[in-house]
Each structure stands twice: as structure tokens, then as C-alpha cells.
Design a protein around this ligand. Sequence first.
Ligand code: DAH
Length: 340
Amino acid sequence: MEERIKIIQESVDSFSVTTKDELENFRLKFLSKKGEIPALFDELKNAAPEEKKKLGKVLNDLKQLAENKFKSLQESIDSVSSISTNQIDLSLPVIPNKTGNLHPLNLTRYRIIEIFERLGFNVSDGPEVEDDWHNFTALNFAENHPAREMQDTFFVEKNPDVLLRTHTSNVQVRLMKNKKPPIRSIMPGRVYRNEAISARAHCFFHQVEGLYVDKNVGFSDLKQTLYHFAKEMFGNETKIRLRPSFFPFTEPSAEIDISCLICHGKGCNVCKYSGWVEIAGSGMVHPHVLKNGGIDPEEYTGFAFGMGIERITMLRYSINDLRLFSENDLRFLKQFKSVV
Ligand code: DAH
């Protein structure tokens, strides 16, 4: 009998389990009523009295050992199963982090700022409710210029002198008044025009104005700056084209086109089969405007440009309807990532 006790002792010691079923097998094999240890206790009844005493002690030790082993096996199984059922399953996919997205217009605005900041431009701000002087007169608009008419401009109440700015060019003169050259600044912001809302027009939209005033600023600086911008914004292959144009506040004036990103010049409906898409108005700051800003046009020259943030965003992400930007439809907004 002693031999058998030893064998059972060893097998209790070396028993290991990983599931609840295996633990139950341990209990059945050694501890249950029909298990091996109670069977030995049954046999003990028939042993000689002096044997009984000695073997009884050994058997009790074995029973204690088996019970302790059962407890520790149970604990280890419980701790493993509580991890796998209640806590971490490393094989599960991560729960998406539901932070908001940046609006595509902001993504483009930040990118524009980033590009110009690297060229040494800073960012300036100006009022959206503006007076006639800064929005029109100081920028050399003639008294009867059509842009001043009711159909274009939102006036605030009935005061013809207070209006919602129709472009970000209003910040130009404020900047010149407040700063001495060199001035190298971009001015992003919202502008307003009394237009019927459609896929191509809206009553409010966003522009970025640029102004560079210093000694010896030439047209070639304007051209090179905007060429650099176009390549940074739309890719190294992008070409630019300047078309003569007219703005009251610049002379000479030019419209800036970039080679069409969609068809690369072959012709498509985005570029209306011309191979070119307009992205900005620009020119050399008119001497009258410099004067109105308190800067001597004999000493200083400058260039200016203005571009629509919506337009650039539409080209950048192939968006074909301006209204999407202001409808706040999450299905649209969620498509843009949060990094610039
Ligand atoms: N202000 C013009 C517009 O709203 C855009 C513009 C054109 C701005 C030429 C400029 C410029 O600074 O030089 O259409």
C-alpha cells in the first residue's frame, strides 16, 4: 500500500491543467468518492492496527496534498479565464478612436499657411465687417465700379459705408498702415458676396490674400513665389501660366492658372478642355494703393495675390460641389483625415 501511496503522491504533484474540464478530471481521479484517495482510506479499514496508525498519517498527508493542489490549480485556471473573458483579448481589432476630423477647408488653409511660412510670410487677420474705404476705395476701386453695387456686396443695415468684406484684399491697406516694409504676409479669411447659392457659387467663401512689399520687389518674384506654391500644393510636376488681367489694385495684373491635375493637359471637364485651371488673381501693387497705405511708391514696390480656398480644396480632393463645404454632412466630412 505504501508503494501505491507514493505513486499517487507523485502523480498528484506533477498534475497540470489548463482547462476546467481537466481540473474536474483531477478531482474525479483523486478526491471524489470513487477517486483513488478515498479508495485507499477504504482499504485502510482492513489493515492491521499498528499499520493503520502509520498509514493513516501518510494517507491524511496525501489527502491534504491533493486538496491543496486542487485549490491552487483552480486559482490558476480562474485567473487565466477571467483575463480572457472579461479583460484583454489582444487578438481583437482596436476600437476606433472617434475624434473629430478637420474640415477640408481648414486642411487646405493650414497647408497654404505652412507653404508660405517657409518662405518667410507671416499670417495676418482683418475684420469681416468692413468699411467702404478698406474694402474698395483704398484699393483704387473707381467710384462707380460695379463691385460696389448692391447685387455683389452685402451692406450692413442701410449704411452704405459698412459692409461684409467682398474679398480679403481689405487687410492689405490695414497692414501697410500698421507696419513698415518689408511686409511679407498672408491673410486667410471668410468673404461674402450676394450670389445665388449653386454648385459653383456661394454667398460666403474663403480666400487667402498675399502681400509682399519691399525695395526692388519685381514681377519675377511674384511669378517664382506662385510657381513654388503651386508645386508644393499640387505636386512637383505642376506648371503655372500667367494670363494678363485687370484688378483696380494691381498694375500689371495677372491671373494664375495651373496645369490641370486631372487630365495633365489632355483636356477634361474640370479644365473645360483647356488643360489649365485658374487658381489666383495677382499683380504688382498699384502705386495708389501703396500711397493709401502710407508707403512711398517711389521707394517701395510690392506684389499681391488672392486665391479661393474652396477652389484649391476642390482641385486637391476632386470635389465638384461648393455647397458640400457648408452643409455639415458627416458622410462628407468624415472622409478627410485630421492631419494636414
Ligand atoms: N480680390 C480679388 C478677388 O476677390 C483677388 C485678388 C486679385 C487679390 C489680385 C489680389 C490680387 O491681391 O492682386 O477676386
